[in-house]
Design a protein around this ligand. Structure first.
Ligand SMILES: C[S@@+](CC[C@H](N)C(=O)[O-])C[C@H]1O[C@@H](n2cnc3c(N)ncnc32)[C@H](O)[C@@H]1O
Length: 261
């Protein structure tokens, strides 16, 4: 812990995160760099500015999956009830990583909404993952995560304009899904939030924040919802919403889905 406190002074962005999760990331990184412990990593971090900058957007792991979690059928039912296709649906996928959650929610909504109805903002504080999200290309090993009934939304190979027409394996989403997505760099701890969303997903990110920051983010996400908007969190992100009513939210069923009053 003493070593961590010294390192923390070199990484101001870590202030909002739970020490346990930052230490995990530090240990992984120092091992990757060939150091046997954080004590040996510290002088390296002190001497290398680019290594300190790395920590501006690598304070949590970046991993994601298509249709992660078991709440998708319940979320789909709630969206089906809330959105009837007569007006545009604005979706915000916050801390979206490489976009697997983004395209999962789009495929889910496209089962009952026309393409022109859906606009999705995908944000993350890490520009590398955001670039992959905008491109919408994934390796073939990810295909197994997507239920077969959605396979009509994907096509083999990369986006033609990015590959010069040649295939590079893997798969990409159909143009009507890709064009529904806009990406933006947004740090949930420090940046202003956009507003007026009918559906916000923010999953497996704020669980890494300190309790005070987590509660602030939950409150700000609630403020970003339009009237009757839906907020989908993951189990651990949600655990501290003890009094949803204080945020103007009602919990729907037994998944971590909330509706703004
Ligand atoms: C484990 S991934 C979760 C991705 C996706 N939401 C999911 O559930 O599969 C955590 C994501 O949170 C992002 N993240 C961490 N801290 C953030 C912050 N302060 N602002 C915005 N994004 C952040 C990371 O870059 C990463 O993409």
């Amino acid at each position: 812990m003493a070593e961590y406190r010294k390192i923390r002074r070199l990484i101001p962005a870590a202030a909002g995160y739970h020490p346990g999760s930052v230490i995990r990331q530090l240990c992984l990184r120092s091992e990757e760099k060939g150091f046997s412990c954080l004590k040996d990593y510290y002088p390296y971090l002190m001497d290398h500015e680019e290594e300190r900058l790395f920590w501006n957007d690598h304070l949590t792991y970046l991993g994601s999956h298509f249709f992660r979690g078991d709440m998708w059928p319940a979320l789909s039912a709630a969206c089906h009830e809330a959105f009837d296709g007569t007006r545009p649906v604005r979706v915000w996928c916050a801390a979206c990583s490489t976009g697997k959650e983004v395209y999962s929610v789009l495929m889910m909504l496209r089962e009952f909404l026309p393409a022109e109805c859906i606009r999705l903002l995908a944000t993350d504080y890490n520009d590398e993952v955001l670039a992959q999200c905008a491109e919408g290309w994934y390796g073939s090993s990810n295909l197994a995560e997507i239920p077969e009934r959605f396979h009509g939304f994907i096509r083999p190979g990369g986006r033609p304009r990015e590959t010069g027409g040649t295939s590079r394996g893997g798969f990409c989403f159909r143009e009507d899904l890709l064009s529904a997505v806009s990406t933006k760099h947004l740090n949930l701890l420090t940046d202003a939030y956009p507003e007026g969303f009918d559906l916000i997903l923010c999953r497996n990110a704020i669980k890494f924040f300190r309790r005070r920051e987590r509660e602030k983010v939950q409150k700000r996400l609630a403020q970003s919802l339009s009237r009757s908007g839906l907020l989908m969190l993951s189990d651990e992100d949600s655990e501290r919403i003890r009094r949803p009513a204080a945020l103007g939210l009602t919990r729907l069923g037994d998944i971590n889905l909330y509706r703004k009053a």
